[in-house]
Design a binder for this molecule. Structure first.
Ligand SMILES: C[S@@+](CC[C@H](N)C(=O)[O-])C[C@H]1O[C@@H](n2cnc3c(N)ncnc32)[C@H](O)[C@@H]1O
Length: 323
């Protein structure tokens, strides 16, 4: 197997989130199914196999290379493993096709893997040269080069602002549209030269000036926010009573979406005004946020020191408490 390198983050917290008995006072239904929506190199899946001991694992990834690595790493799994090469926005269709209605545990570890970033030819990185691609699934959609060729300065400015919170969005967008870089090194140089001296000073030596631009372009190419919003709508519907959904996000734009969606799923349904209903008959929200995960969970100092990817990771967990 080729070297597929990726160190999973928050592994202990994910295992705790998906395996601890619920602080719920009713029996828990169990399908024995674990759904990993972002299997990657199967680091989380393997840890979860040990603690959950599922009878079936369904492992999604939109990246065929990740699935090849995962297949190899899960070949000795003591249970059935079903691999699905599809984006998680298609989970309803894929789960229906394999005859699965509800699952005990769902994990989504968002964003890209270290393997994707570190493989120059995938075009994700400003650190190694590669084509302007950035697709997690190169068999679908358009590569970055084709997307950039179609965008006006105004459209690109909006993308850098909305998906990257880039303060110098307009300057950078104008430079990209004027200079039409042809590979990731050129793109990184165009961004660095376009950035204001003030912003460069603000970032300091530790953060590459192209970090936010590359993040924004990757989110655009892979429709990451549409994917996330669809998953936030569909995944909770697939949870058994007592089942949990764990999501790891890597920046505030993702985390905000997860937090808002979870909050709204946990709101009790509104009642018509003036209808007297005793407390025990009031309809309850079918979901809640486990007490120990109210604020989300971040990596410990020790993990941050040993795995830099964990520094921005935040884990949020939702559980189904009503059928
Ligand atoms: C951070 S990595 C996951 C690493 C994995 N948890 C592990 O332990 O190795 C994210 C993975 O999710 C995949 N991915 C990202 N967005 C996806 C989506 N919308 N649908 C399916 N897979 C996606 C990426 O291709 C990548 O392999």
């Amino acid at each position: 197997m080729s070297t597929f390198s990726h160190s999973p983050v928050l592994v202990d917290a994910v295992c705790e989130a998906l395996s601890d008995p619920l602080d719920v006072d009713r029996p828990r239904a169990s399908s024995g199914i674990l759904l990993d929506l972002t299997c990657g190199g199967a680091g989380h899946t393997r840890a979860l196999l040990r603690v959950l001991q599922p009878k079936t694992v369904v492992a999604f990834d939109r990246d065929a290379r990740a699935l090849t690595a995962a297949r190899e790493r899960l070949k000795d799994a003591p249970c059935e493993v079903i691999f699905v090469h599809a984006p998680f926005s298609e989970m309803h269709r894929e789960l229906d096709a394999i005859g699965i209605s509800h699952v005990d545990a769902i994990l989504a570890d968002l964003g890209v893997s270290s393997h994707q970033i570190d493989t120059g030819e995938r075009g994700f990185s400003f650190r190694s040269n590669g084509p302007l691609d950035m697709r997690m699934d190169p068999s679908r959609g358009q590569p970055l080069a084709a997307r950039l060729a179609e965008l006006s300065t105004e459209q690109l400015t909006r993308i850098l602002r909305d998906f990257g919170e880039e303060p110098d969005a307009r300057r950078i967008a104008s430079a990209i549209v004027a200079q039409r870089p042809t590979d990731t090194s050129e793109l990184a140089s165009v961004v660095t030269e376009a950035m204001s001296a003030r912003q460069r000073r603000h970032l300091g030596a530790r953060i590459h000036p192209a970090t936010k631009t590359f993040q924004a372009l990757r989110i655009m190419v892979n429709s990451e926010f549409d994917e996330l919003d669809t998953m936030l709508r569909d995944a909770p519907e697939r949870l058994q009573l007592g089942g949990r959904l764990a999501i790891i996000s890597f920046h505030s734009l993702e985390d905000r979406r997860v937090k808002r969606a979870f909050r709204s799923l946990c709101e009790n349904p509104a009642l018509p005004h003036g209808v007297p209903i005793p407390d025990h008959e009031r309809p309850k929200a079918p979901f809640r946020i486990a007490k120990t995960f109210r604020k989300g969970r971040m990596a410990t100092d020790e993990e941050r020191a040993s795995n830099p990817r964990s520094r921005s990771a935040k884990l949020r967990v939702l559980e189904r408490v009503e059928a």
